[in-house]
Design a protein around this ligand. Structure first.
Ligand code: G4P
Length: 279
């Protein structure tokens, strides 16, 4: 299967980030805990050059806890400030403020020495589409936040969300398009649903998922399917179609529909907490 990406407003988004990065103290990068390498865009290194860096492993509720811990350690060792978050439920969100403060410790200290007290640090959220940026901002900012910069007389344009006395957040997240440096990255992004399904061959994708699960999570797969695993991924899909009552005309198993059901179940965590790549 060949993955492609239609860049759309890629250049515009990048320009927005380049323009704003000079106003920012800390870049908060959201990644998907199920694919903590594939869900990053390598351009971020250059874009965020010199800024303090926070990496949030979002959607950790959908990933394998053992591997999530390994990934967190991996990024910690590389010098990033990290936290695990579930933006949907709000779990882990409360730790984020502390992580930001830790990342910006030197700046706060520098300000203090110059007699500048309580100047909030400014942060920008970045991440690939669908990683949870809007959900995170809503959850992190909550209802109590105030938007600054939208008062009459204030220059139009940048909107900052004042989170508390310590942090201001640029309200427009930076969208980084995923980059497919290899087919495995493309496959991982497709499996979590970050690539428009219209351009994918869903049966092939579901078959790839079955192969991964067979190798890495055989018990999880067997429990999910409710029948013993046979050798061939397409045979499994066929049996699964019968089980889920997916039939086409002539009573043939409808593998196509069964593939969609299985991918949906993977993406929503119904199959289990599954990580697709390891540090
Ligand atoms: P974006 O701005 O980065 O494009 O992403 P957005 O916030 O729109 O989130 C994309 C999807 O991911 C949403 O699901 C959202 O609910 C879900 N999501 C975000 N964070 C988490 C998380 O930590 N855990 C889980 N399980 N899901 C998360 P959706 O299906 O598009 O919408 P909805 O039906 O959930 O409202």
């Amino acid at each position: 299967m060949n993955f492609q990406w239609y860049p759309g407003h890629m250049t515009k988004a990048k320009r927005m980030m380049q323009e704003n990065i000079k106003l920012i103290d800390v870049v908060i990068e959201l990644i998907d805990a199920r694919i903590p390498a594939s869900s990053r865009n390598p351009d971020i290194e250059q874009l965020a050059n010199g800024k303090k860096r926070v990496i949030l492993l979002n959607k950790y509720d959908l990933a394998d806890d053992v591997h999530t811990r390994e990934w967190k350690e991996y990024y910690d060792k590389k010098g990033y400030f990290t936290a695990l978050v579930n933006s949907k439920s709000g779990k882990g969100i409360r730790d984020v403020n502390e992580v930001i403060m830790k990342a910006c410790k030197e700046k706060i200290e520098r300000d203090r020495k110059r007699g500048i007290l309580n100047r909030p640090v400014r942060a920008m959220i970045v991440g690939i589409p669908n990683v949870g940026k809007s959900t995170f901002i809503n959850s992190f900012a909550g209802k109590a936040c105030t938007r600054t910069g939208d008062k009459p007389g204030v220059t139009k344009g940048k909107q900052w969300i004042r989170l508390n006395k310590n942090v201001e957040l640029l309200d427009t997240p930076g969208i980084l398009w995923p980059r497919f440096e290899n087919q495995k990255t493309g496959l991982n992004l497709a499996l979590i649903g970050s690539i428009n399904d219209d351009i994918l061959q869903l049966e092939e994708l579901a078959a790839e998922l079955v192969v991964i699960l067979k190798n890495e999570y055989p018990e999880v797969l067997e429990t999910y399917l409710g029948f013993g695993i046979s050798a061939d991924a397409y045979e499994i899909l066929e049996e699964y179609a019968v089980k889920r009552g997916c039939r086409q005309k002539g009573n043939e198993p409808d593998i196509s529909r069964a593939s969609i059901l299985m991918l949906d179940d993977y993406r929503s965590g119904k199959i289990g907490k599954i990580t697709l790549e390891y540090p």
